[in-house]
Design a protein around this ligand. Structure first.
Ligand code: HEC
Length: 144
């Protein structure tokens, strides 16, 4: 029994050395950040920016493997899919693609349920969803 505990401890320590280097802050050009009305900006900041921007707040335990593996992977993937910190650099076609996906995404899986377990403040209210959907549809309409 003692041997097993020791082995588990050694494995736990060992995995801490597997690197998962996703920086919380990535240098960003101010003029590439999303330009949106204040209320929309506030909702996105509260519920989406941890994964879809270059400004992530990592809680302390997200630096500890194996938690770090999936939290940081989500951020890496989230930024790759759609990054509000480089939004103004996207061409119209790409913006349109994302704008059309946002209403559907917030109805089904965004913010990710595993994230909401810990970040209760990120849960979208019906009013938040309506504000985001209206903004996405109106902005898409202007681009079309
Ligand atoms: C915990 C991290 C996390 C949070 C918070 C989060 N997302 Fe995501 N998002 C992801 C990941 C990972 C993907 C890519 C995989 C997928 O589609 O499930 C994604 C994909 C998306 C996509 C699809 C993009 C594409 O390329 O098809 C949209 C749209 C989206 N998210 C919108 C949002 C919005 C809006 C919010 C805030 C209300 C939000 N997300 C919050 C992690 C997150």
């Amino acid at each position: 029994m003692k041997k097993l505990t020791l082995l588990a401890l050694l494995i736990f320590i060992g995995i801490q050395f597997i690197p998962m280097n996703v920086p919380a802050e990535v240098p960003t050009k101010a003029d590439e950040e999303l330009q949106a009305p204040k209320n929309v900006q506030a909702i996105l900041k509260r519920s989406c920016f941890d994964c879809h921007s270059n400004h992530t707040t990592f809680p302390w335990y997200s630096n500890i493997a194996p938690v770090s593996w999936f939290t940081k992977h989500h951020v890496e993937e989230g930024r790759e899919h759609m990054n509000f910190s480089t939004w103004e650099k996207y061409d119209d076609e790409k913006k349109l693609k994302y704008l059309q996906k946002i209403p559907k995404a917030i109805k089904s899986k965004m913010p990710l349920p595993s994230y909401l377990l810990i970040h209760k403040e990120a849960k979208l209210t019906e009013a938040d969803k309506e504000a985001l959907t209206t903004w996405a549809n109106d902005t898409a309409f202007d681009l079309e």
